[in-house]
Design a protein around this ligand. Sequence first.
Ligand code: TYM
Length: 330
Amino acid sequence: RPRVFSGIQPTADSFHLGNYLGALREWVAMQGEYETFYCVVDLHAITVAQDPELLRKRTRLSAAQLLALGIDPDRSTLFVQSHVPEHAQLSWVLECQTGFGEASRMTQFKDKAARQDAEHVGVGLFTYPALMAADILLYQADAVPVGEDQRQHLELTRNLAQRFNSRFGETFTVPAAHIPKSTAKIYDLQDPNAKMSKSVPSGVIELLEDPKRSAKKIRSAVTDTGREIVYDPENKPGVSNLLAIYSSLTDRTVDELQAAYEGKGYGDLKKDLGEVVVEFATPLQEKVRGYLDDPAELDKVLRRGAEHAREVATRTLRTVFDRVGFLSPA
Ligand code: TYM
């Protein structure tokens, strides 16, 4: 079976609808057909200032949400990045293959760095994409389900894999980005030109917030001039975003929705979508609470995941160390 790897940062108390529709829904769907490795990337989470107690809590919360969303630990390897030290070790080797210029061109680095003053931008934020490449390449992943905002990092990962292979001999599988079509980028409800994001929390639907609050946010989402409910991302980004969310949460096509809302107003659409979100989030939150109620079991699942991940990761790292010319320690 082809392999899949993907990761998510434990940097908020809740995942948001963009995480789910852009990536996590694919994670769940790819189980079975692929051999799947899913990782809570806590090493990445410390590239910006973090509170230790909060990081621990959010790492467990992340794992609980992944399980509740349908990641099945019997079919997927679910683990925490820092439990597998090979990630940091391969990252170093890849950093040494990464050009300063190409790392400087990463738009996510530029955006994040611009939001902080220069004194507080750590080197880790700069080398972040090499660690992400290490995550993926350690598992020889064929496909990486992510949202549109990770496309550039995936491109860098592919370049690093090819560069390493041509310098040192075939070592890494060159992975392909797996980016969903209609939900690759979910937009902020208050600013439909910006992506929904944990770091700009105005129009963000959090999976674990009070569902009534989510419904209210949807009712007050910014919509466009005119009154027709049509999917037209160019001219009607607000309505189109709502239609994309609606369609993917209900599996009704955008065409079906357009037909169903012909002659109706934005208010009707928003009210109904609010209900759809409540119906999605309520049982999910119940499940998350169930997993959090048994932290010992949760930790056991993660330990088992890390053990299996390590078996695969050690094999790749051993080959890499040998290829670059490190003397075997044994
Ligand atoms: P992170 O934690 O920011 O986000 C997790 C996933 O959610 C997707 N996403 C979105 N998709 C659609 N619309 C949005 N508004 C939206 N916001 C977020 C992201 O694209 C991502 O797939 N660098 C990664 C974590 C990572 C990783 C990896 C991913 C580390 N190592 C290896 C894949 C493979 C990140 O910060 O994602």
